[in-house]
Design a protein. Sequence first.
Length: 223
Amino acid sequence: MCAAKSWDVLTFDCYGTLIDWEEGIGSAFVEAATRSGVHIDREDALRAYAQKEPQVEDAPYQSYRSVLQASAARTATSLGWKLDEADAEFLPRSLPFWRPFDDTNAALLSLKRSGLELGILSNIDDDLLRETLKHFAVSFDFTITAQQVGSYKPHHAHFETARRKLSGRRWLHCAQSYFHDVVPAASLGIPVAWINRKQETPSGAARPNLEFANLQQLAQHLT
């Protein structure tokens, strides 16, 4: 039996799973710093940003556009770049230009052709996601955003909203982030496929039901 027949619906985290957000963020930082006459290291910026964004998201809910700006300003400060939060608008402005990973669209097309319903669960604003959706070769059947649920993963609202929406249909969540997706999905008993693009090891007790190095492997397994 085709493995796709085991599921009715696949949901995806978007940024980091479908979209190469590290390339987008890293390029945005380097380009903005260069315009300001500042030299920063791309990898240092990405490491600092990965620490700052969860801190901002853990505060009372604010739009993701605001999260991006605040996180960018904190990241810049940690790198010795004096940047006002207002000037950190470069980061949300760059988001519509962040591109999919090379394997994303082929995998999505294969999964869609197999008859699976596809959705997105993302820490994003609706208007920013609309711009990102233009990069995909398929139309998603539904999207659940941080703006809609008023919180950010790893909090459970995205998953609880999807569970209510899907009403017991056979559902697999697919995501790159262990922290934002694997841990909360596993804690709720939601089957999860870890798209382990960075070949990381689990940092906690949660374990995915399936694990793949990329979306191509996921699509090959399910179709």
